[in-house]
Design a protein around this ligand. Sequence first.
Ligand code: NAD
Length: 311
Amino acid sequence: MISESLWIPLPDGYGKNFEVVYDPQLAVRRDALLSLGRDTFALIVRNQTQVDEQLLDAYPNLRVVGRLGVGLDNIDISACRARGVQIISARGANAVSVAEYVLACMLHHARFLHRADDVVKKGRWDRSAATGSEIFGKTLGLIGVGDIGMRVASRARALGLTVMAYDPYVMESSVIVQDLSVQMSTLDAVVTNADYLSVHVPLTPATRHLLDKKRLSAMKEMSVLINTARGGIVDESALYETLRDHPQRMAYLDVREQEPPRLDNPLNALTNIILTPHIAGITEESSERVSNFILRQVEHLIRGEQAQGIV
Ligand code: NAD
């Protein structure tokens, strides 16, 4: 059962030895999804399908959940474990795409080509209005340096930024510290020193609203916040107030506390924020990589073969 879009066509001949139901609408048609569960032994989801006790009750023969991506906040991991259901995630498979998105935000902020373009097309050759800044020499703060954070760090180092990071699980002997020269520090030091602050931790009870009013207020006056991790890590109401009261600051949000957000969400009214619909990890290359990986590994598990990406 595949309940969300693969973003690529289902490969010809996939599932020769078992029936495949591929319906991306199932993620939002919960009753239909539950009613199809009895004979399903593999379920492939993205981030909208809630794999919870209710779903697991309706899928008594489920053996594996394949996650088209990385975050597991829509999957009840302990409930799966208790029932012997294995989870496979596409760790790292879209990390380059997310890292490049973060770089795109930083460069977009520094050079704002779209505004210069707008001025020229309106007939004004206004070179002073398009004076940008360099990201060279600035400080990038990372919250979380796993698969994505470390790729952001290596790219930022190549562009001449100082990189600081908070991640209590990274050891001093790590490649991140020794080879990428990332300065590991406390969360508060990273937040207060960053010109660019980028979030790369999973959403868990420990990270929910990690960036609250106090921490958001402590950021530098001209700083830029980039969140591609999960909406719940940044307190959106606090962010709204902070950006409203500090027009020099900027934020780029790819992920939201509620997805999709309501049209009357107050963030929509701000000019110092750029909002995208959870697309940081989605490129042509990553979609192929993620979907092919999950389809292949789930098939291995179904056949009783060794699989990669098991959580
Ligand atoms: P990862 O597991 O490789 O790295 C996460 C890092 O966070 C790890 O180094 C871990 O030590 C650290 N961490 C965990 N809990 C922490 C805590 N309480 N405080 C500080 N650090 C903590 O994951 P990843 O592949 O780098 O992805 C990170 C997140 O990005 C995912 O969980 C997912 O939610 C999100 N994501 C979003 C998109 C998108 O399209 N916007 C795409 C992929 C992933």
